[in-house]
Design a protein around this ligand. Structure first.
Ligand SMILES: CSC[C@@H](O)[C@@H](O)C(=O)COP(=O)(O)O
Length: 362
């Protein structure tokens, strides 16, 4: 049985004929399933900024298609003029969100593709860019599946798991990263019991992960973020699986705000804490978590966004970082599509990239 059949939605899709990027509007889930057809660069930028499309891999795929759409109708006939337009669109899309490295990784990959085809006609370059964006999307499926298989190899049937935010199918193309072992386990009768942190302030856990796991028939229990210690101390959690937005070369990991607290708790209770990381999310140019730019979001997301009425006094100061950094000391292993990296991560992540560079198949 393909558990994922029940998740019959496409997170990000190109409608090349209509020159549109089609996304499922994640801000309306779980109450409404609405697809948006985004045509202008401003619409695509805003959809990424507003988290209508969100999750590191999905942001990368949206940006790659966005860049293609942004230069598809260019009337430039020579390479220099075309490259100038391409660079302008690339820079604009890159400014939408700063933390998830997949955004920059996907845009850079598009630029590398353009450079490789520099001697071709502009029309041929456009075709190559379209193919590159399709490849980025297709590769994400194999990547997540491989992460799921490696993750599942660490688990036993009947285990209790905990996850934070949404690193699910909605954040990728299929399987998700942190949810991939759950979905593959479900297909093989593992009967996991998954605790889902609601994930303040934007409730990606409550609105998105709970929605996905429920639809897939996985035993999921929603908890407020401040209940993780309770379920852990009760002995109900055997492993924590989270996604990531950027992993530094030493293994420090930026993920949704609150992740670091979950890791500290897991460490305290002796529960393995696994980060599921496609290599596209590992940034070997960041030496440590201190080099990772943490996005600050508007105060309204905390004070009023999800409530019928404002829930905090007018004029109160608000601090709203969208991500935090989990120190490598609190991470048991980083699960990539090329294998499981264990501490010391400075060495093991290099080994993972060496496998990738050697052309090893996933
Ligand atoms: C596979 S998605 C991994 C991360 O991108 C996810 O856990 C996360 O932090 C998403 O943050 P968001 O602000 O919702 O884009």
């Amino acid at each position: 049985m393909d558990t994922l059949q029940s998740l019959n939605f496409e997170t990000v899709e190109l409608d090349d004929q209509k020159n549109a990027l089609v996304i499922i509007d994640q801000t309306l889930l779980p109450n409404k399933v609405v697809y948006l057809s985004l045509k202008t660069m401003a619409e695509i930028w805003q959809a990424i900024y507003d988290l209508q499309v969100r999750g590191a891999p999905a942001i990368g795929i949206a940006a790659a298609y966005g860049l293609y759409l942004g230069i598809k109708q260019s009337s430039a006939t020579d390479f220099d003029a075309f490259f100038a337009e391409f660079s302008k669109v690339k820079k604009y899309l890159a400014s939408s969100r700063p933390t998830a490295v997949n955004l920059f990784w996907a845009l850079d990959r598009m630029e590398t593709c353009l450079m490789k085809n520099a001697s071709a006609s502009v029309e041929k370059i456009k075709t190559a860019l379209l193919q590159e964006a399709h490849d980025i999307k297709a590769e994400d499926i194999h990547t997540c599946r491989a992460i799921g298989e490696y993750g599942l190899s660490l688990l036993k049937p009947g285990m209790g798991l905990l996850t934070h935010c949404n690193a699910g199918q909605l954040a990728t193309v299929k399987y998700g990263t942190a949810t991939a072992p759950m979905y593959l386990g479900q297909e093989q009768g593992y009967n996991f019991k998954v605790f889902v942190d609601e994930t303040r302030p934007l409730l990606q856990g409550a609105r998105l992960t709970a929605y996905e796991l429920n639809r897939a028939g996985i035993d999921a229990t929603l908890i407020c973020d401040n209940m993780a210690a309770t379920v852990m101390s009760n002995g109900w959690v055997n492993a924590v699986f989270v996604g990531c937005d950027r992993v530094a070369a030493n293994g420090d990991t930026a993920n949704k705000i609150g992740t670091s607290g979950v890791a500290i708790l897991a460490h305290y209770y002796g529960i393995p804490f696994y980060v599921c990381a496609p290599t596209s999310t590992i940034d070997m140019n960041c030496q440590t978590g201190r080099d990772i730019h943490i996005e600050q979001r508007p105060a309204e997301e905390i004070t009023e966004k999800w409530y019928a009425q404002r829930m905090a006094p007018q004029g109160i100061k608000v601090f709203n970082p969208a991500f935090d950094v989990t120190e490598n000391a609190n991470i048991t292993a980083i699960i990539t599509e090329y294998g499981i990296a264990q501490p010391p991560f400075t060495t093991s992540l290099k080994d993972i990239f060496n496998k990738k560079l050697s052309g090893k198949k996933i």
